[in-house]
Ligand binder design. Structure first.
Ligand SMILES: Cc1cc2nc3c(=O)[nH]c(=O)nc-3n(C[C@H](O)[C@H](O)[C@H](O)COP(=O)(O)O)c2cc1C
Length: 158
């Protein structure tokens, strides 16, 4: 069973709601989700236990929030050990055009440096779910879809 880490930073709860929906999608597709706030993750070497990584962040000045960046920087410990696994990203912003896509890209850039493979999306939210404020039903549904797509890819690869 594909084990997927859904790791996020959230201060006021918007990204957290998306993370929960991503985890539901992983489960619906037959994967095993671990939905964790970045501050609760613990030993970075636990990253080796997963088949896939989905990261979510609020948009802070157009990019990912510092606690998630710090987590990614600490993941240098497992650099070159995650190649060929799968990934994905999601983001939340305060305003439309506030930088959700650049936030998603700032995460996926780092995931690519780790050698991860990521699905794209032909429907709404091409790069991943992007909420403005509290996620509505459409964004919750896209978040579930992200969980499903990453899990399906992990299952195909293994
Ligand atoms: C330090 C800081 C920087 C922010 N920068 C942006 C920004 O550049 N663009 C934007 O649209 N919203 C920005 N916001 C708003 C948050 O991205 C938004 O409220 C988000 O939904 C919060 O997610 P959370 O509820 O998961 O903490 C910023 C908020 C903070 C605290």
């Amino acid at each position: 069973m594909a084990k997927i880490l859904v790791i996020y930073y959230s201060k006021t709860g918007n990204t957290k709601k998306m993370a929960k929906a991503v985890g539901e999608g992983v489960k619906e597709r037959g994967g095993e989700p671990d939905v964790v706030h970045v501050e609760d993750f613990g030993d970075i070497e636990k990253l080796l236990d997963y088949d896939g990584y989905i990261m979510g962040s609020p948009t802070y000045f157009g990019i990912l929030a510092a606690p998630l960046k710090d987590f990614i920087d600490r993941s240098i410990k497992v650099y070159k050990k995650l190649d060929g696994r799968v990934g994905g990203a999601f983001a939340s912003s305060g305003i439309q055009g506030g930088g959700n896509e650049t936030t998603i890209h700032s995460i996926t850039q780092a995931l690519k440096v780790h050698g991860l493979i990521m699905p794209g999306f032909s429907g709404a939210g091409h790069y991943g779910p992007a909420a403005v404020g509290e996620p509505d039903e459409k964004i919750i549904s896209e978040s579930r879809q992200l969980g499903k797509s990453v899990t399906a890819l992990a299952q195909k690869i293994s």
